[in-house]
Ligand binder design. Structure first.
Ligand code: NAD
Ligand code: ZN
Length: 351
């Protein structure tokens, strides 16, 4: 391992929607319970785009170093850290640290810990060459896994794996995934197949359809050209509708439409966070059809271990395109236009 420099390159969001600037910033020094990670790759998640645009009611503070799907190697450990070796492969998630003590931590709701800090949101994230993470939340990457390919698991993979669990779908059930050709969606399709589910994916265009089919998805519905409700229902057993729906689309309309194709007694899981979106569900229909609508926020430390195990076993592979870190502005443009099939991963050696 080479010596740790005093400064490094980082992409800094100086202000919401402002230019994305490459800056020289200090390399952080790890606290006693932290690991310093020399980052090689970071996925670019749509949540980073929301953070840059500040279109969520979240207390963003600028300047901000975004990014929360990082992979690299341990460069240094704090004085109280045990069990991490210098040079070991490690991942940085959105949940960067928690108190480990509150009732939310005890129940495994890491993201809801009042003391949680979030990579790229309230703690300098993975769009830089070195970052710190609480050792308890540093993800161990199993041997032999490509560090670029695994980066998106650290947010997208964990999140969709958890959301599928929270959908209560069991092997043989049909799940609808909206946004199926995007970053979270392309992983959701694979986790769902590995869990034995029949997958109906909703997205638009040939590139997303081709990716969906390549990943083993069963029925593709194009939200721009198909009659969504009719096609989903026609592809469920007895035309009863889908027992599980996972929304990763960044679209309020997709959520409302799903009320018309979810099976009575089914579960709709909200994951995607379109700006200013509201769920409109008529109470009468929701009660009489006994439909559950629930939110799902990333996943906890155990979900992380489990989500990575699917990758180690070769059941899930991220469809990635690696680009220089300096390309982030272009990545955001493509993302806003809905033109990214799969995930873009930044090469943090190229600024
Ligand atoms: P992405 O841009 O890669 O994918 C979104 C996909 O939705 C695109 O493929 C787009 O074509 C598709 N889409 C748009 N409108 C649609 C519609 N009406 N019906 C079906 N599909 C439609 O984004 P991503 O990185 O996969 O993130 C998705 C969302 O999930 C973002 O809002 C992000 O902030 C959120 N997110 C939530 C959590 C969580 O813990 N809840 C974690 C990570 C990301
Ligand atoms: Zn994310």
């Amino acid at each position: 391992m080479t010596a740790i420099p005093k400064t490094q390159k980082a992409i800094v969001f100086e202000k919401a929607n402002g230019p994305l600037l490459t800056r020289d910033v200090p390399v952080p020094v790890p606290e006693p319970d932290e690991v310093l990670v020399k980052l090689l790759y970071s996925g670019a998640c749509h949540s980073d785009l929301h953070a840059w645009k500040a279109d969520w009611p979240f207390p963003f503070q600028y300047p901000l170093i975004g990014g929360h799907e990082g992979t690299g190697h341990v460069a240094a450990v704090g004085s109280n850290v045990k069990g991490f070796k210098i040079g070991e492969a490690v991942g940085v998630k959105w949940v960067n640290g928690t108190c480990l003590d509150c009732n939310f931590c005890l129940q495994g709701a890491d993201g809801n810990c009042p003391g949680a800090r979030y990579s790229g949101f309230t703690h300098p994230g993975t769009f830089q060459q070195y970052c710190t993470v609480k050792a308890a939340h540093a993800a161990r990457i199993p041997d032999g896994i490509d560090l670029a390919e695994v980066a998106p698991i650290l947010c997208a993979g964990i999140t969709v794996y958890k959301a599928l669990k929270r959908s209560d779908a069991i092997a043989g059930d049909t799940v609808v995934i909206t946004g199926a050709g995007g970053g979270l969606g392309s992983l959701a399709v694979q986790y769902a197949k590995a869990l034995g589910l029949v997958v109906i994916g909703i997205d638009s265009g040939d590139a997303k359809r081709e990716l969906f089919e390549k990943l083993g998805g069963d029925v593709f519905v194009d939200f721009k050209t198909d009659d969504i409700v009719k096609k989903v229902i026609a592809n469920t057993p007895n035309n009863e509708g889908a027992p599980a729906v996972v929304h990763v689309a960044v679209a309020e309309k997709a959520i409302e439409t799903s009320l018309d194709y979810v099976r009575a007694t089914g579960t709709i899981v909200l994951v995607g966070l379109p700006a200013d979106a509201v769920t409109h569900s008529p109470v009468f229909g929701q009660v009489l059809r006994a439909v559950t609508i629930r939110g799902s926020l990333v996943g906890n430390r155990l979900d992380t271990v489990e989500a990575l195990e699917f990758v180690r076993r070769g059941l899930v592979r991220c469809p990635i395109k690696i680009v220089p870190a300096s390309e982030l502005t272009n990545v955001y443009t493509l993302m806003e236009e809905g033109k990214i099939a799969g995930r873009y991963v930044l090469d943090l050696t190229k600024f």
